[in-house]
Structures are given as structure tokens and as C-alpha cells.
Design a protein around this ligand. Structure first.
Ligand code: URA
Length: 439
């Protein structure tokens, strides 16, 4: 009989800054997932990690233990190559809805398992559920069948996939232990390892609207995740991308789906289109579908121009039980009953739009959850009428509120203006793609 797990001792040693062994971390995760370690002990251990950090080896061991806490899909043993793309979370980040069909239309299959909104950031599953009829809760077999038939599947994370992360995340959320680079890396990568693509692109968001506020932190997280992915045999590249102002104009689920469709038609906002092409080209080149990123970009532009990218989105919507007519007629998506423009109170160049504040306001309108059990209103959100660098004259539209009622709009109007800063001079421009990190 192995000796019983001494959790108090593990907490004490971690509190003292010691690195725990792989077997100790595995035992801890197994015991916690089975309900043999209470939340109060796990919370104490998590807090020691927040303060003391973890070595790369410890983080890798923790990730593997979490990935092994449930089913391993190993999609790359079924379809190869097969790509996945993951964003660490942003505001207005509808890139998955653009990049996944675009990459698939260019000949690289994509198996994407996504989550729901977290804090002020949106989640791909909430966005997809704005499409009438679309199912994202798929069994392993359904997922593999759709992937094989259409080269693309967009599924919600199942409860059997890295269940340790589901439990740990819920605990971290209520014990102020989310903000830890090793814990974030282990959380994200355990789910990626459990899905098991051959190629993984990580979009590590950095800035006001991201979990990582500084480039240094984002870089550290990216290096760690690339290392974990690569040592698990997944070709992994991370792109550090700016998340100061919201991405694109739409923030809110149905609004973002409509914007993603427009982008796939070649009519999207410049920032969404640019990053979507960068990410698609990176994935196509990583998987040797094209000889290099320039060719990847051309291939992606071609798929947008000839309609195959938007057709791929319609195809996967139909395969997952949704109504593909939304692609031709985005007006079929849920629409908020109350829509009004907030006008600019002054003239000037927009110098900043605080993405986190915009995300929180959209959340308060019903686009996100205040508590885990809340339901989302797919119709509501915000539509930016101007972006950083644009000149707006006083009295011209700044942002449109899409609300469930005029009272709900009244509740956010003043607060919305505090997210904006104006300047007499055009602000300096910054690139969206900040860095590329790979092994
Ligand atoms: N996304 C995750 O999946 N986990 C984290 O810890 C943070 C962001």
C-alpha cells in the first residue's frame, strides 16, 4: 500500500519554495479530482503556487497530470495533420470563428474545442450558440465524424476532458488564484494535450483587455506553453498580439458572429482581417500545407475571395445542426430590441478605448455572465463606431448600445464614456502582432 497523501506536507513544502516531484503532483491531482482532497486544502496549495511559482518541470508535470485526469481524444491519431488554435482571451476576439473555417477551407483540418466566456472576456461557445440550432455539445464520436467529413469541428469542452481543470478553475475563480502564469499555462495546455492536435497556434493576448497586462508576462506564459506543447509532441507556436482596445467593432455574441461572417466575406474590420490572415498563414506554414507564410496568406486571401472560406463556415454550421442560412442572411441572428448610438461628447482623435471596461459593460448588458449559472443574452452588446486613431467630431456616433431595454442602456451609458480617451493629436500607432515564440 502506498503511504497516504500528506497534503499538509505538500502545502508546507511549496510554501517554503520547494519544487514538488512529478509523482507528488500526479497524486495530488488524482486525489483532488476524485474528491479525496477538500477544496480548502487545494485552495491553500494554489495560493502557495501563486506566491512561490513553479519550475518548468513542475508546471509540465502538473499539466500532464491534469490532461490525464480524463479522456484523451488524441485527434491526431484519427486525422493528421489536424490543427487547433487557442486564444488566452480578449474582448471582441472572434478570431476563432474566422480562422478555423479559413484554415479548414485551405486544406488543413481543424478540431477546435472551446470554452465559454471568462471574466470580462468572451468565449467561442457562447458566440456559436447565438446561431439558431447549432449544437456544440458533441460526443467524441460525433466530433470525430464531423471532423472527418468536413475537415472542421467546433465543439464545447466536454466534462470528461481534463476534468481536473474544470474543478480547479472553478476553485481558482473564487479564491483569487487565477493570476498565476504556471497555473494558467497548465490549465490551457492540459486541455490542448487532452485534445491532442498535431499543430497548435496560441494567440497570447497582451494589454488592457487581456489577462496578461505586460509583454514580459505574456512572453513568459507563451514560452512556457510552447515548451509544454512541444515536449508533448505538438508543434506549437505562440503569437503575442495586442489587446488594448477591443478587436474589431463588435463585442457581444450575435454581433461578433455577424462580424466574423463579414470578415470571411472579405468585408471585416481591418484589425480582425489582418490577424486572421496572420494566424491562418502561420498555421498553414507550420503544417507544411504551403511552403511559407507568404504563400499561406495568398492561399487564405484566395479562399476569402472565392467564397470557400465562408462556405466552410456554413458547412460546419449545418453539420452541427445549425441553420446555415445565417451565413447568407446574418440578420437572422438574434437582434437586441433596444439599439441606440452614444454620441461623442467632444471632438478629437480617439487615443484609447479600454477593452476591459468595454468587455465588462457588454457583460452587464447580458453578453457575459456575472455568476456562473447566469444565462447569456446572445443579442446584446456594443458596436464600436470608431476605433483608436479615428477622428470623431462632437455629436457623432461613438458606440452603439444593443440592449434588452432602454433601462438597461440607461444603466451603462455614462460608464461607457469612461472607457474612452480623446487627444488633440493622432495617437502613435502600434502593431497588432507583437512577437512570435516557438522552440
Ligand atoms: N484560460 C484558461 O483556460 N485557463 C486559465 O487559467 C486562464 C485562461
Amino acid at each position: 500500500m502506498p503511504p497516504p497523501l500528506n497534503v499538509v506536507e505538500l502545502i508546507r513544502r511549496k510554501r517554503g519554495g520547494e519544487a514538488l516531484a512529478a509523482a507528488e503532483l500526479t497524486d495530488l491531482i488524482i486525489a483532488y479530482t476524485q474528491g479525496d482532497v477538500p477544496d480548502y486544502q487545494m485552495a491553500a496549495w494554489l495560493m502557495t503556487v501563486v506566491w512561490r511559482g513553479m519550475t518548468v518541470d513542475e508546471t509540465t508535470s502538473l499539466t500532464l497530470a491534469m490532461a490525464d485526469s480524463g479522456e484523451r481524444l488524441s485527434v491526431r491519431h484519427q486525422v493528421s495533420p489536424v490543427a487547433d488554435k487557442h486564444s488566452t482571451g480578449g474582448v471582441g476576439d472572434k478570431l476563432t470563428l474566422v480562422v478555423a473555417p479559413l484554415v479548414a477551407a485551405c486544406g488543413l483540418p481543424v478540431a477546435k474545442m472551446s470554452g465559454r466566456g471568462l471574466g470580462h472576456t468572451g468565449g467561442t461557445i457562447d458566440k456559436l450558440e447565438a446561431i439558431p440550432g447549432l449544437r456544440t455539445n458533441l460526443t467524441r464520436q460525433q466530433m470525430l465524424d464531423i471532423l472527418r467529413a468536413h475537415g472542421l469541428v467546433l465543439a464545447a469542452q466536454s466534462a470528461t476532458l481534463a476534468p481536473a481543470d474544470g474543478k480547479l478553475y472553478a476553485l481558482r475563480d473564487v479564491t483569487a488564484t487565477v493570476e498565476s502564469i504556471p497555473l494558467i499555462a497548465a490549465s490551457i495546455m492540459s486541455k490542448k494535450l487532452a485534445v491532442g492536435p498535431s499543430h497548435l497556434l496560441l494567440d497570447v493576448k497582451v494589454g488592457m483587455g487581456a489577462f496578461m497586462k505586460s509583454v514580459d508576462d505574456a512572453r513568459e506564459l507563451a514560452h512556457l506553453m510552447v515548451k509544454i506543447g512541444s515536449s508533448a509532441g505538438i508543434r506549437t507556436v505562440a503569437l503575442l498580439t495586442a489587446m488594448e482596445q477591443p478587436l474589431g467593432n463588435a463585442v457581444g455574441n450575435a454581433l461578433e458572429v455577424a462580424e466574423a461572417i463579414e470578415t470571411l466575406r472579405g468585408n471585416g474590420p481591418a484589425d480582425v482581417a489582418e490577424l486572421a490572415l496572420d494566424e491562418t498563414a502561420t498555421l498553414l506554414a507550420m503544417a507544411n500545407i504551403v511552403p511559407g507564410e507568404d504563400t499561406g496568406r495568398q492561399r487564405a486571401e484566395q479562399a476569402i475571395a472565392d467564397g470557400s472560406a465562408v462556405a466552410k463556415l456554413a458547412e460546419v454550421i449545418a453539420a452541427q445542426g445549425g441553420d446555415p442560412a445565417v451565413v447568407a442572411t446574418p440578420a437572422m441572428l438574434p437582434r437586441a430590441t433596444w439599439r441606440e448610438d452614444v454620441l461623442s461628447p467632444k471632438s478629437g482623435y480617439l487615443a484609447a478605448i479600454d477593452a476591459e471596461a468595454i468587455g465588462r459593460i457588454a457583460g452587464r448588458l447580458g453578453a457575459g455572465r456575472q455568476r456562473k449559472e447566469d444565462t447569456i443574452d446572445p443579442a446584446v452588446g456594443l458596436l464600436l463606431r470608431a476605433k483608436v486613431g479615428d477622428y470623431v467630431a462632437a455629436g457623432n456616433p461613438l458606440v452603439a448600445i444593443h440592449a434588452p431595454s432602454s433601462a438597461a442602456a440607461d444603466g451603462v451609458r455614462d460608464n461607457l464614456l469612461t472607457a474612452y480617451r480623446w487627444s488633440d493629436q493622432p495617437p502613435a500607432t502600434h502593431p497588432l502582432l507583437l512577437e512570435r515564440i516557438e522552440r
